[in-house]
Ligand binder design. Sequence first.
Ligand SMILES: [Zn+2]
Length: 139
Amino acid sequence: MRFLLQPLLYVWAGPASLIGLLLGVAALLTGGRAQRRSGVLEFYGGAAAWLLRHAPLVGNAMAMTLGHVVLGQTAAGLDIARRHELVHVRQYERWGPLFLPLYAWLSLWMWWQGRDPYRDNPFEREAFAAEELPPGQVG
Ligand SMILES: [Zn+2]
């Protein structure tokens, strides 16, 4: 049944994927590489690595998900982060264009409550929890 739904999920998460694709192309033009894993386009190296190291709020992340696009610093880092990032892909499929504003709002809300805006964000808590599950049980 999911194969019927999948094209719609790509469209629903499309606005964020488009941002990811633009950054991915920038990565390719600056020496980065691309690969496809689990229906997701991954870019690493080049501008993607630079962005993850230097962009404000990202905080030297190993990887970052934008719809069906994942940016990573290195291929090895993407392997380590894949389980976590695939949870974010499923979250984009659930929330579509609402995901990024909701994510930002929840981070701000956590910060306002004196909690960690990253680790206590419910989207991150779900992704970190999935890292603890045995293989094959991710969303
Ligand atoms: Zn995360």
